[in-house]
Design a protein. Sequence first.
Length: 136
Amino acid sequence: MYISKTTYRVPYADTDQMAYMYYGHYPKLYEMGRAEMVRDLGITYRELEDVHKISMPVLELNCRYKTPAHYDDLLTIESKLEEMPTKMICFHHRVFNEAGDLLNKGFVKLFFIDQKTKKRISAPPILTDKLRPYFG
């Protein structure tokens, strides 16, 4: 299992008329969590796309709202890989406020595409080699 955490402060622009963070922004937090998790491994999404010519389209998104975030809340986005990626990769996300309350949780399932052939491929070694120590 591999876990990564990153933070995000809710700006006024992300809130709705009720002063809650707009529900449509939570998938953006998931994306931030995924990108920072990959960066924590020593690679970047940009490197995967530009150097290794690998894209990761979203196959499925699940988002469960518990309680709202508010303007100026400092959120912690916890991203977790529970399984070693194979043909797909599934990121599990949980969003907490500063008090440690769970606000939101969900998962995003993606797959891998070779940009040159436009065909699905298995998880690339540039990623699996870095994850292997966390999955025994």
